[in-house]
Every structure is written in C-alpha cells, then in structure tokens.
Ligand binder design. Structure first.
Ligand SMILES: [Mn+2]
Length: 320
C-alpha cells in the first residue's frame, strides 16, 4: 500500500500538512507549487492507493488530471484556498473527498480531520502553520492556540517561517517535515535558527531599498524583486515600509511575471478574488486569500495588471 501526499512546498503550512500526514500514515511526501503541480499530478505512480493533496490551490485546468488519477487511486483534498463551484461539483462526481474551509490554514484542517488519531503534541504542528499563514483566528486554530503558551509557539513558528524564507532547498524542507513529524522543536532543527537570522538580515536590506525602488499608485505600492527574497516576502516588506494598504512584488522570468500581493490586516477587498479575475483577463492564472494572493501572467501584461489592480482598490479612509 502506498500513500502519497502532494503538498505545497513553498511555505510552512504545506510542510506541516506533510509532517502530520507522515506521522499519521507514513505518507511519501511530494513537494509541489503552482509551477510544478501539473507535472507532479501527471507523474503520480500507479501503485498509489491513497493520494492526499494539501494546501494547494487546485485550478480548474487541473481537473482532467485528477479525473484520470481517481480511476485507480483514492484522492482526498484538504485545502483552504478559494475553490470554484465547478471544481467542487466535478470532485463530487468523481468521488474525490474534499475537506475545504477558507477560515483556517490547511494544516489545522488536516489536524482537525484526524485529531482523534493524533497525540496532543500534534496540535503544535498545526499551530505553527496557523501562525505562519496568519490564520490564528480560524475556528480550529483559535481553539488550539487558546490552550498554548502563545509566545513560545509563535517564536517557534517564526523561526521556521524565516528559515524557510532563507532556504528553499529541498533538503532543508524535507528535514523540517521529518523533524516536525517526530515533534521536534523548531529551534532544535539543524540550521533553522541560523537561517532565520540570515533571513531577518535580508529583510532589513530590502527594507532599505524600498523607498528608492517601489512605486506608489493610490493605495498600492509595487516593486520588481530580485533573487534574494520571495515575491510574497517583498510584497509584505513594501506594505510595511511604506505603510500603504497593499504591497506588490513581481519577478519576470521566461516571458512570464510571477507576482505576489499582500494586504493590511483590515483590508476590505479580497486580494485572492482580484488576482483570480485580473490574471484571467490577461491569459494567466491567480488566486489566494483575502490578504495574501499571487498570480502568474504574461510579462507584457504587467503594466495593465498594476493599473487594473490600483483601480480595484477604491479610495478608502481608515478612520471615517
Ligand atoms: Mn496555506
């Protein structure tokens, strides 16, 4: 019997889903992101009896691959990204289990689904993800966190968040999954603290660049990123440094622009819905959460995307 978990490899929520499923079923973990998910789905071994897909925003274009896999393999999707109605209906028709809730992080959903089979320590793994993914107020996460030494668990979560920002190496990510699955404390995971500190230094260096490099447009500010940090991280730094409502960062590679959007805590607009719509308009794809979203679009559409985005963000006074 072979159990596989395809999980989002770019952030802590995805990795903690992997750690929980490894703990539960000794699942083989396959890391994926929005660039690789299609190839990963095409290459699932036929011997797989159960496939879990966690923390990945599965776009409608991937339905055909899931339909093929489910002929031989039981599929369970556990996710918190917005999902189209079409996707849900298609999954139901193929007998694919979907555990979906946009109010908690994916790891909290995995924990909740299997909590009767997990020890108390496993709740810490879900808590790290909730903190890192900014889903601390979710219905499941808030109950877990209310019983915890919050400062301790927050510090542990952010060591991992920042360490993963500094190192996207497969070796480090797999180490994080393996160590978390045995309930290791993050500050004891090899290299984690050193990597986290190096990431904090990188953030400070980018902060110094933002006033010169970022462009403000209404409630939005954007800048082009470099190889130092992820676009999500830089988008956050842009928002933080300039005190604006939405920060954006993009990188251009092979004729495509990868971009991230980050919004302030009380943002009324839904950045995931905006990214979905605007990316679709220019022949790309996008999506995400209220305050954290991303898209991949043809590079020559980037100016139009920025213009349209600034128009979506209506003038707004925070203290009426
Ligand atoms: Mn997530």
């Amino acid at each position: 019997m072979s159990i596989v978990n395809i999980t989002h490899g770019d952030d802590l929520d995805g990795l903690t889903c992997g750690a929980l499923l490894k703990k539960l079923f000794n699942a083989n973990i396959v890391l994926a992101n929005y660039d690789t998910i299609e190839d990963v789905l095409k290459n699932i071994p036929e011997t797989t009896t159960q496939l879990f897909i966690t923390d990945i925003n599965l776009r409608d274009a991937l339905i055909c691959h899931l339909k093929k896999i489910c002929l031989k393999t039981k599929i369970t999707i556990i996710d918190h990204h917005p999902m189209t109605q079409l996707f849900k209906v298609e999954m139901r028709e193929c007998n694919i289990d979907v555990h979906h809730d946009t109010r908690d992080c994916a790891s909290a959903l995995v924990y909740n689904l299997f909590r009767h089979r997990l020890e108390h320590n496993a709740s810490r793994i879900a808590a790290y993800a909730a903190i890192s993914d900014m889903f601390e107020d979710g219905p499941i996460a808030s109950i877990i966190l209310d019983h915890m030494d919050r400062k301790f668990v927050q510090h542990q979560a952010f060591i991992l968040t920042h360490a993963l920002g500094a190192s996207q190496s497969e070796e480090f990510k797999i180490r994080v999954i393996n160590d978390l699955s045995t309930y290791a404390y993050p500050h004891r995971i090899k290299d984690a603290v050193e990597l986290a500190c190096s990431q904090l230094e990188k953030i400070v260096k980018i902060k110094d660049l933002v006033p010169k490099k970022a462009t403000k447009l209404g409630r939005l500010a954007y800048m082009e990123g470099n190889d130092e940090l992820s676009t999500g991280e830089v988008a956050n730094i842009v928002m933080d440094t300039l005190g604006i409502d939405v920060g954006m960062c993009y990188k251009i590679n092979d004729g495509m622009a990868d971009l991230s959007l980050r919004g302030e805590r009380r943002l009324i607009e839904h950045l995931g819905e905006i990214a979905f719509k605007l990316a679709d308009n220019c022949g790309g794809f996008g999506g995400g959460h209220n305050r954290a979203a991303g898209a991949k679009i043809p590079a020559d559409s980037i100016k139009q995307f920025i213009q349209d985005l600034s128009e979506e963000l209506k003038p707004w006074v925070p203290f009426p």
